[in-house]
Write a protein that binds this ligand. Structure first.
Ligand SMILES: C[S@@+](CC[C@H](N)C(=O)[O-])C[C@H]1O[C@@H](n2cnc3c(N)ncnc32)[C@H](O)[C@@H]1O
Length: 491
């Protein structure tokens, strides 16, 4: 194991853990500027410390660390917040009692501190406390356990995701060298069993989806994006009149996952914090900031469920490829609006949405979302076509959001965990279908597929385009230099 891996892993965890932090922390302390300053300082120092300790670790055997980690299982950790708090305190005092008994008890003490760290909502802060209060030898072991833990979580990801029942796996596709001579590795989806032409390979619900902003409040469901035929089928939000749902279930799910926070009738201090973001999305026809607001609100909800899931939505998002974006006036405005929309409901979100993190999240969303076609078709095509026009207007999001079912108008967009890994081919063997006319995606085989075959979709409508035309369209829309079999052959 390389030092840099340990360091990156630890530092990564310290940064991401601030989301959990955002959920649990007391809002009064958060609004105190002095406290905020201290937090920032603590986080920086913890990251630096992680690096130093990781360096020290490489000089020692990591075997012990692995043994200590093996002695801790997930069952050791309670589920509810109250129990976790008690558990944390109990581990901290057990650790203290052990280390004062002398070096022969250091490893046991380190295990207790590590367990406390695992349930503490602000690990960076606790690391700083440990550094000042526990013997350096114990501290090094705790940091080593933390690093190893994060590293194995990193390595395990693609062995548990996608879930077996989806009949697909993520596989690495080496793709030559980049301009700096570095090996390029892309990831794609591979079938784990055979499918016949026309068969559904998998269906997938998005991590988050959003309607094209101009359709909000019209006859499209705010949660699943489904188009409703008659007004009487619409279930309005119980508070605001801005969004509607297609069913009671969608209203409840949206309320729990994000709408309670983002409802424009959620008045904090007399005004609705999410109002400005909603207006901005509508005026700019930019779907991404609203989607990100929903995504972050939903993360908080997911965490509150304490489901025991090993990876959360952020873990999924974090692994998606993207094209770097730089900070412009739009992004500055979006950060401000996002903080305003979420700040009063999610303590700590201010620290979480740094410029750097916002740009990466936005870039990842833009690069991976799929346009959703949830419209019913014929009789309502006028509205749907308007939508298409909206997306093509001057304020359209980056072209990546056009990756969609091309023969149907786009009514919204969704971010999918597995579908994000589908590569493009000019001779695809699958296609994306929204068969239930909502945000659930189905991947359908367009030819017979064997186990082990790579699954590819067409990011563009291939039709009768020449190689040159395809290349131009792929590059203009997705900055993509296609290396599919057909293009390689034509070269
Ligand atoms: C939505 S992601 C697909 C997953 C991605 N391959 C990964 O490694 O995670 C889209 C990106 O995949 C790569 N890609 C997809 N299809 C490709 C193709 N036919 N040729 C070259 N690169 C492709 C490009 O980098 C593109 O920007």
């Amino acid at each position: 194991m390389k030092t840099t891996t340990i360091v990156a892993a630890t530092v990564g965890m310290l940064a991401v853990a601030t989301v959990g932090y955002a959920v649990y922390f007391d809002s009064k302390r958060q609004s105190d500027p002095e406290f905020k300053r201290k937090l920032k300082k603590d986080r920086k120092r913890a990251e630096k410390l992680a690096k130093t300790e990781a360096k020290r670790l490489t000089e020692e055997s990591t075997q012990d660390i692995e043994e200590f980690l093996a002695s801790v299982t997930e069952e050791d950790f309670p589920a509810s917040m109250e129990e976790r708090e008690q558990f944390c305190m109990a581990q901290l005092s057990a650790g203290e009692e052990l280390f004062v008994k002398g070096p022969e008890n250091y490893s046991k003490a380190a295990i207790c501190f590590y367990k406390a760290l695992k349930v503490y909502p602000a690990p960076a802060e606790l690391v700083m406390v440990f550094q000042k209060t526990i013997p350096p030898d114990v501290f090094t072991v705790v940091m080593g356990m933390l690093s190893k833990d994060v590293q194995s979580k990193e390595e395990k990801y693609y062995t548990v995701f996608p879930p077996r029942e989806m009949n697909i796996k993520v596989e690495e596709k080496p793709d030559g060298l980049d301009v700096n001579g570095q090996k390029v590795v892309r990831r794609g989806l591979v079938a784990t069993k055979g499918f016949t032409k026309g068969e559904v390979i998998y269906t997938e619900t998005p991590v988050i989806s959003s309607l094209e902003p101009s359709l909000e409040g019209k006859n499209f469901c705010h949660y699943c994006l489904k188009e409703m035929i008659k007004k009487e089928y619409m279930v309005p939000c119980t508070s605001c009149s801005v969004v509607v749902f297609c069913s009671e279930e969608c209203r409840t799910s949206a309320g729990q996952e994000f709408h309670e926070i983002l409802c424009t009738k959620n008045l904090k201090g007399g005004s609705a914090p999410a109002q400005a973001l909603r207006e901005y999305s509508k005026d700019s026809r930019n779907i991404v900031p609203g989607m990100l607001a929903k995504f972050l609100a939903k993360m908080v909800y997911d965490e509150s469920l304490n489901s025991g899931a090993e990876y959360n939505s952020f873990d999924h998002l974090e692994r998606l490829v993207y094209v770097e974006k730089s900070l412009g006036p739009d992004e500055e405005k979006e950060i401000e609006l996002l903080k305003l929309a979420l700040g009063s409901s999610i303590p700590g979100i201010d620290q979480f949405i740094t410029e750097e993190r916002y740009l990466i999240m936005k870039a990842r969303i833009l690069h991976n979302i799929y346009g959703i076609s949830s419209g019913l078709g014929t009789s309502l095509n006028v509205k749907a076509l308007n939508t298409r026009r909206c997306l093509k207007s001057r304020n359209q999001p980056l072209p990546e959001s056009h990756r969609s079912v091309r023969d149907r108008p786009i009514t919204g967009a969704g971010l999918y965990r597995a579908t994000s890994y589908l590569m493009h081919s000019c001779e695809p063997n699958t296609k994306i279908v929204y068969s239930s006319r909502d945000h659930i995606v189905s991947l359908v085989a367009t030819e017979n597929i064997r186990a082990g075959d790579e699954l590819q979709v067409g990011y563009i409508k291939n039709g009768k385009l020449s190689t040159e035309q395809r290349r131009l369209e792929l590059f203009t829309k997705y900055r993509l230099q296609c290396s599919c079999a057909l293009c390689e052959m034509t070269d």
